[in-house]
Write a protein that binds this ligand. Sequence first.
Ligand SMILES: *Cc1c(COP(=O)(O)O)cnc(C)c1O
Length: 396
Amino acid sequence: MDFTATKALFDLPPGMVYLDGNSLGPLPRSAAARVAKTMTEEWGQMLITAWNRAGWMAQPTALGDRIGRLIGAGPGSVTTGDTLSVKVYQALAAALSLRPDRRVILSDTGNFPSDLYMAQGLSRALGHGHKLVTVAPEEVAARIGPDVAVLMLTEVDYRTGRRHDMPALIRAAHAAGALVIWDLAHSAGALPVDLSGSGVDFACGCTYKFLNAGPGAPAFIYVAPRHQGAVAPALSGWLGHEAPFAFDPDYRPGMGIERMRVGTPPVLQMAALDAALEIWDRVDMQVLRARSIELSERFIAGVEAICPELRLASPRDPEKRGSQVSFHFHEGYAAMQALIARGVVGDFRAPDIMRFGITPLYIDEGDIDRAVAVMGEVMGGRLWDREEYRTRSAVT
Ligand SMILES: *Cc1c(COP(=O)(O)O)cnc(C)c1O
């Protein structure tokens, strides 16, 4: 793979080192023209006929198949739409309905809050006494037992980049009769995932982080083919109906993964996702992963050599880490603002985490070295110690 060539496919502001593609990927150069074409030629000229003529209606699952290649899912097992929080809700509702005699949803305390909130809200709505149990990430395996209906985890921790041992946890959950849901928000486009090979029951993720489909881009959901026929969708929208245009007053689930669709797809965002996936269609995830580890190791070694104030928050073993590197620093928010002001963009996660995404499609050794040098200046000279860097914005 030629990473110089892939870097040229992104529209990055000159002089910026963008280490936040784990939160919002950059703009693929082809996306602006693709969205414009969808607006002017399809929406503008074809109007309502574009649902058929431009393939809008088939787009959610066609895009899902392309994401599927990156996460080890076969055709017809992934569809796109809505947001990740909604897809978590759908997956969890489906999984719980397949284990009606059990009441525990097991997750970990490092999981992204929205995933936990969705589990809490769904449990309340079901009214059957389901209970969300969260334990420390390293205690998950020991907590799996006969009361667990569903093990719901995010593979890579959004704060620290710590990665769960997915195959081992799947085996343990299945041995105890539980189903598994994996949130791949920080895995899809970050590291190789083998959903069908590892026997995952349900998975979901978003496309605006590592996959670079832009703010508001649709999420994806995977349902193992063996479960698809048994799932009675909790969000039974018309586009998940067997025959949406029969306008039948009664819901009948659609074929296979189609039943996980809900309502009208976000066509303009799907156009951006289509452009973003054209880059991903050519990516070998094993090669990308090796490159991500190489760059991450270079970054950690560089920072640790010149910034003794920063303490590595990510696992030191690259196999136990996703595609991000985080450091603890008590003034992490101010330090990150000082870095951003100097063109090195990462982000901050409370209480004290400075987070940097390592994305080989558009980050190279030169970027890593420049980021390290600027971090050295900011930390060594206490350049973060200014009032203006302490004012918190709504989005950190
Ligand atoms: C980013 C992220 C989300 C965000 O959900 P949205 O509905 O897309 O806002 C949810 N879960 C995890 C694990 C995430 O990393």
